[in-house]
Write a protein that binds this ligand. Structure first.
Ligand code: DGI
Ligand code: FE
Ligand code: FE
Ligand code: FE
Length: 187
């Protein structure tokens, strides 16, 4: 086990100051959501803190890793926006030594979501979008929804992500759309 100071140093080694500060805010937001929705606060904090650990790994490093470590080759059609969650946990496991499957899964799912997202997965997904520095109207609307409904907050974020990607003519990872569909019909 690492001390908190060691964890923060490992995180900051991989991230610039702005991205590092975002991760610390997501940690705090995730802990609040865990208290509100009855999830494990320590796991939420750890997943929140490390969710963007691999956000600044070089693109060439990702390409090589996807080809050599048995990842789905279809991932090569996407970019770091998609890779840093689904593939990024490889760096968290090997460089930080985080092994808790629930924490790893929440980080894997934090960008694309998953139709079967757990409460912890949804907490990290939403905390990323509503941490205090996020101030767009849609982010405020999602933060308000997250006062009472984690699934509604998740749905709002997914709607925004898809709308954004389509408006920018960006490729949609199929699981992002499958997740949106699944959350349309959740309570
Ligand atoms: O890492 P953050 O910026 O804090 O936030 P994030 O991990 O939720 O999203 C990172 C980016 O990923 C964002 O610009 C939208 C993009 N993204 C999400 N789903 C998809 C996607 N990009 C593509 N190409 N396809 C997707 O399905
Ligand atoms: Fe991210
Ligand atoms: Fe997100
Ligand atoms: Fe993030």
């Amino acid at each position: 086990g690492h001390t908190r100071a060691e964890l923060l140093a490992l995180l900051h080694n991989r991230l610039d100051d702005a991205r590092y500060a975002h991760c610390v805010r997501v940690e705090q937001t995730a802990r609040e959501l865990a208290r509100r929705f009855g999830a494990d606060e320590a796991r939420a904090g750890l997943a929140g803190l490390f969710h963007d650990y691999a956000k600044q790994v070089p693109v060439e490093t990702y390409r090589t890793l996807i080809q050599r470590q048995g990842f789905d080759r279809a991932l090569l059609n996407y970019s770091r926006g998609v890779w840093h969650g689904l593939v990024g946990t490889w760096f968290i496991k090997t460089e930080v030594g985080i092994t808790d499957p629930a924490v790893i899964q929440a980080i894997e799912r934090h960008t694309t979501g998953d139709p079967e997202m757990t409460v912890l997965d949804q907490i990290i997904f939403v905390a990323d979008f509503i941490e205090p520095a996020r101030d767009l109207p849609v982010e405020a609307k999602c933060r308000e929804a997250a006062q009472t409904s984690l699934t509604e907050a998740t749905r709002i974020e997914l709607e925004n992500t898809l709308t954004y990607l389509i408006a920018k003519r960006q490729i949609v990872y199929p699981k992002t759309l499958l997740t949106y569909n699944a959350f349309l019909t959740k309570e």
